[in-house]
Ligand binder design. Structure first.
Ligand code: XIL
Length: 313
């Protein structure tokens, strides 16, 4: 059975981050079309991809992924509207005034939400807003618009597309920590004010050997606020060489994360970050020595982790 069908038996989504260039490989395409119930554009909706040159927007890659998702009955998860990374140079080096930055962000958020209204079912409205110590990251958005930029972005997105589920998406907030508490406080205060926030996405880029996080407890704490939760970016990377023992340990970690999500009624599903090790964002030898983090190997053959996920579902 496909991962998608197995997850559906629990009412869960099982998605993947995809690239439009990946779809040119028939092996990638076959897995992308069948195994997953949702598509997150891995990069195609990021500001530096959409508007690398000011006022010249490039929609083809994101549109291709949106069409792909529609054709295969998959949900589309928009990612991300507001982030401090992967911004175009003209923006980061443009010496804009706070007022200009606010106007640019408003245009960006409303342009994307309008274009994909009816197609995107959930948006990561703000990506990675919280610092390790639990405070708001001092990004250019926070500096220009003040701490309320998060509430504003959520409100803008909701006004354009009232149907979309609006998320904050964060990394390193899986265990009890100042960061997780900061994210929880932020979500609670937004909800208190009646700001349209519907869910929290938990990035889950794990290192092999790291203890599997006590995710269910964290997810439940957010669910108690009345929010839905999702594992939005799951990967388990390892140091070379790849050995059967490491593949087994990787499989166990994947399985543990799936089980944590299954244990939480408010967990809507999981998204793996990349289809196979050939297309993964953590290729061996580039920025870090870690690699091989996905469910399928370099030739798109299922790894033990894929079988473990299937068994857990
Ligand atoms: C990563 C992509 O996978 C890479 O291709 C890109 O070079 C950098 O960004 N958290 C996020 C994702 O929210 O958008 C990031 O995606 C991975 C970490």
């Amino acid at each position: 059975m496909t991962l998608r069908a197995l997850a559906a038996r629990h009412g869960l989504g099982f998605g993947a981050a995809l690239t439009d260039s990946g779809l040119t490989d028939p092996r990638y395409l076959a897995l992308a079309a069948t195994q997953f119930s949702s598509v997150t554009p891995e990069n195609a909706m990021k500001w530096d991809h959409v508007e690398r040159v000011r006022h010249t927007r490039t929609w083809d890659p994101a549109d291709a992924l949106a069409r792909f998702a529609a054709r295969h009955g998959q949900e589309l998860r928009g990612h991300p509207l507001v982030w401090h990374d992967q911004l175009p140079h003209w923006l980061t080096e443009g010496h804009f005034t706070p007022g200009e930055l606010a106007a640019l962000l408003h245009t960006h958020v409303t342009t994307l939400t309008r274009r994909y209204a009816g197609a995107v079912t959930a948006w990561d409205v703000v990506n990675e807003p919280v610092e390790e110590d639990g405070s708001l990251c001092r990004t250019l958005w926070r500096e220009a618009l003040g701490p309320d930029y998060i509430a504003q972005a959520l409100t803008w997105a909701h006004t354009v597309d009232p149907e979309a589920r609006l998320y904050l998406n964060e990394f390193g907030a899986l265990d009890e920590s100042p960061k997780t508490k900061g994210l929880h406080d932020l979500a609670a205060s937004l909800l208190d004010r009646g700001i349209p926030l519907h869910g929290i996405g938990f990035q889950c880029h794990l290192l092999l050997g790291q203890e599997a996080p006590a995710l269910a407890r964290t997810l439940n704490r957010f669910a108690e606020l009345g929010l839905e939760v999702a594992v939005t970016e799951l990967s388990v990377r390892m140091l070379p060489p790849v050995t059967p023992a490491k593949l087994a340990a990787q499989a166990a970690t994947y399985r543990a994360v799936v089980e944590e999500c299954l244990a939480v009624p408010a967990c809507t599903g999981l998204t793996v970050w990349g289809v196979g090790d050939a297309d993964s964002w953590v290729p061996q030898g580039s920025r870090s020595p870690y690699g091989t983090p996905t469910l399928y190997d370099g030739a798109y053959r299922p790894k033990p982790a894929r079988e473990a996920v299937a068994r857990a579902l």
